[in-house]
Design a protein around this ligand. Structure first.
Ligand code: ADP
Ligand code: MG
Length: 388
């Protein structure tokens, strides 16, 4: 595994980078061959093995964010820290150091709260209390965070025909994403056996009393893993708290799950987010501009993976086959909320562009870009996904 600390889903190695405006726009079905862009600062995953390196990289990457009208506009400033096994950041217009520190306090508290409740790596998390009781049909009390994330996860699971599945935990373990001890791909029989313990339909979420939600996994050995959605929820929680406090003009980032408000400074039009070229860590495919309150998330095959018998497997598993997804290198989603963007990026990675575009129609305000895992590189996007 290319990861040295495991919480939630992935490290941040510049999957999204703030970048200068300009460049190109890719539209649905068009074949695009991205080229190097001036002004972007991107570092490959292999260059970022340590937490310190990742932090440094993220700091460099976020240093020049926003879409400036004029070259003279000062870049926004950011503060970075490590959280949920990835890099967290909050940015605000230049010249607001004290304010950025205050934003970091609020955002950091929200992220820590979600990690405590939803991590599968913290034995005492609320989520793991549900996992520990798998097989017992009596629902275990959960809190509003777990209930909200699980509810959305089950909705997306249903809408996508099981492409997204919050019970993917046993498959993640089987394929070696939870320990370094797996060296060969699992046998077909082991996959079949594990699939018995996977399935969103075996989750009972009891919301009868909204003040006392509870959840149960009806089959023994089942295990919830909300790594494909929890970071998005954490970003939304932080966003809502900042807005409730009257804050404007900020960008929140948790491992490539971003949500923006306002502008990055005087003379700037909005927060511009670079979409990384999955094949060239030092390039971006283009820049997307987030509108007020919008979020973006990327799922990729290039940062977290295992190598089994010399073959590289991405950390997103198709729960219908029990095998890691192939054929897609990355999916970037723009959505009204970060939780939606996060869950959809994972779902659309599994579905691929054809079925994915059909599903996307059911999600108003959501757009997606697929980068297919082939050479020359080919991208497919929904008609409203605009990159400059
Ligand atoms: P990242 O977390 O790297 O940004 P994703 O949001 O796509 O990427 O989440 C991937 C994580 O989601 C995996 O590490 C695992 O915890 C979980 N996961 C893997 N496959 C699925 C799936 N089919 N449905 C739901 N969650 C998944
Ligand atoms: Mg996701």
């Amino acid at each position: 595994m290319n990861e040295d600390y495991p919480l939630f889903a992935q490290d941040f190695t510049g999957r999204h980078q703030d970048a200068d405006p300009g460049g190109r726009t890719f539209r649905a079905g068009r074949v695009a061959r991205p080229d190097s862009r001036n002004g972007s600062q991107v570092v490959s995953a292999s260059a970022c093995r340590s937490a310190a390196a990742r932090l440094l990289v993220a700091m460099l990457l976020l240093a020049a964010s926003g879409c400036a009208r004029g070259k003279s506009a000062p870049p926004p400033q950011s503060v970075h820290w490590l959280c949920m096994g990835t890099t967290a950041a909050v940015s605000a217009p230049a010249g607001q150091s004290a304010r950025v520190q205050r934003l970091r306090e609020t955002v950091g508290t929200a992220f820590a709260e979600i990690e405590r409740d939803l991590s599968i790596f913290l034995t005492n998390s609320v989520l793991n209390a549900v996992n520990a009781a798998a097989g017992d049909p009596t629902p275990v009390p959960v809190n509003i965070h777990v209930a909200a994330v699980l509810r959305h996860a089950l909705d997306v699971a249903k809408a996508g025909g099981g492409a997204f599945d919050p019970t993917v935990g046993p498959l993640m373990a089987l394929w070696g994403f939870r320990s370094g001890s797996v060296t060969h791909p699992p046998a077909a029989a082991a996959i079949t056996e594990t699939l018995e313990r996977v399935g969103w339909r075996h989750v009972r979420l009891d919301l009868t009393d909204p003040a006392a939600p509870a959840a149960a996994l009806t089959r023994p050995g089942m295990r919830l893993d909300l790594g494909g959605i929890a970071k998005g929820y954490a970003v939304d929680l932080a966003y809502d708290r900042l807005r409730a406090a009257g804050d404007t003009d900020f960008l929140i980032n948790l491992g490539g799950n971003l949500r923006a408000h306002g502008v990055p400074g005087a003379g700037r039009t909005g927060w511009g987010i670079g979409v990384r070229d999955p094949f060239h860590g030092d390039r971006i495919l283009g820049t997307v501009a987030l509108r007020e309150g919008e979020a973006t998330a990327t799922s990729g095959n290039y940062e977290r993976f295992v190598v089994l018998d010399g073959v590289r497997y991405a950390h997103i598993i198709d729960p219908r086959s029990g095998r890691p997804v192939t054929g897609v290198a990355g999916v970037t989603v723009i959505a009204p909320t970060a939780m939606q963007a996060d869950a959809l990026s994972t779902t659309l990675f599994v579905l691929g562009p054809e079925a994915g575009l059909r599903l996307l129609a059911a999600f108003p305000g959501c757009q997606a870009l697929w980068v297919l895992d082939e050479q020359p590189v080919r991208t497919v996007s929904s008609p409203g996904f605009v990159m400059r």
